[in-house]
Ligand binder design. Structure first.
Ligand code: NCD
Length: 312
């Protein structure tokens, strides 16, 4: 691949709205008829470079590439690679560029996938970098919203939980603002509110109204899409703060009884103690479907970044 023309996905802004729409639409087509694409990436190799734990992101990427007829290599524990010997990201990625056609990287340090993209001669996808960005979760979320709500724009969206460290929130809220969402409800403990810089961008660049709330109960009746998140234990500086905040929110049937009948509850997963099991059977709880849809939108993304023709 020509280094100059390679596309990476490091943050959602790397794609225009038209491109996001294109990936979401293709993801929907792939969900509806996956067998049509079973040879689309025959002979291609995806590398999964996971320096931080993952279940859905890594496995859905691997499943996506396998469903496209390609192959996978990679590590899910950097200690089993030469990283444990002190190898730099730059050197690792230069070599992986010779072994694979495309790579997804998750890293605890913000900016690591961006750095990797400077040294790569293959497309690099950010699979989550610290508390920063998680663009492929955003694609998954956009497809989920499209499937359940028909349009991505025009809904009353609330984010609940760890808005400070939650990278899925940071990526999705900016993207929904780009889709012209003009108001968000932010439900979090005082210590875990959305970072000030992000709030400023939303207000000044996108003219968005931010309504802050402390309890789900106070606002649930207004919400169309409730995006729940886990308190990000691994990003806390001390365990005592985590212990104090970890059970701040639990969505259950009793709270849901005050919600709209067509509200949807999303969650990037894993849940820890934010959604009671009694919500799982409620048609409004769409988080497992959301995780499933992640495979198809990642199939669409892989074909886009590889420049594979899927016009079948
Ligand atoms: C999220 C992540 O890793 O940021 N999980 C995911 O990719 N689906 C959310 C989380 O870990 O809380």
């Amino acid at each position: 691949m020509n280094k100059q023309t390679i596309r990476h996905l490091i943050e959602p802004e790397d794609f225009t709205i038209e491109e996001l729409n294109e990936v979401v639409a293709l993801g929907k087509k792939m969900y509806e008829a996956p067998e049509k694409y079973k040879e689309a990436c025959k002979g291609k190799i995806l590398a999964t470079l996971f320096y931080e734990p993952s279940t859905r992101t890594r496995f859905s990427f691997e499943t996506a590439m396998l469903r496209l007829g390609g192959s996978i290599i990679g590590f899910s524990d950097a200690n089993t690679s030469s990283v444990s010997k002190g190898e730099s990201i730059a050197d690792t990625i230069r070599c992986m560029s010779a072994y694979a056609d495309i790579a997804v990287m998750r890293h605890p340090k913000e900016g690591a996938p961006k750095l990797a993209s400077h040294y790569a001669s293959i497309p690099i996808i950010n699979g989550g970098d610290g508390g920063h960005q998680h663009p492929t979760q955003t694609l998954t979320d956009l497809l989920t919203i499209k499937m359940y709500k028909d349009t991505i724009e025009g809904h009353n969206v609330a984010f609940c939980g760890d808005l400070k460290f939650g990278r899925t929130v940071h990526s999705l809220i900016r993207t929904l603002a780009r889709y012209n969402t003009k108001k968000f409800i932010l439900i979090s403990p005082e210590e875990l509110t959305l970072p000030d810089t992000l709030k400023r961008t939303l207000k000044e660049d996108f003219h968005v109204e931010l309504q802050e709330a402390r309890y789900i109960e106070d606002v649930i009746s207004q919400i169309d899409i409730l995006y729940m998140t886990r308190i990000q234990r691994e990003r806390f500086f001390n365990e005592a703060d985590y212990a104090r905040l970890k059970d701040s929110y639990l969505l259950n049937q009793s709270k849901l009884s005050h919600a709209k009948k067509d509200m949807i509850v999303m969650h990037p997963l894993p849940r820890v103690n934010e959604i009671a099991y009694d919500v799982d059977d409620d048609p409004r709880g769409v988080y497992f479907k959301q995780a499933e849809l992640g495979v198809y939108v990642r199939m669409a993304l892989i074909t886009k970044l590889l420049g594979v023709d899927v016009s079948c």
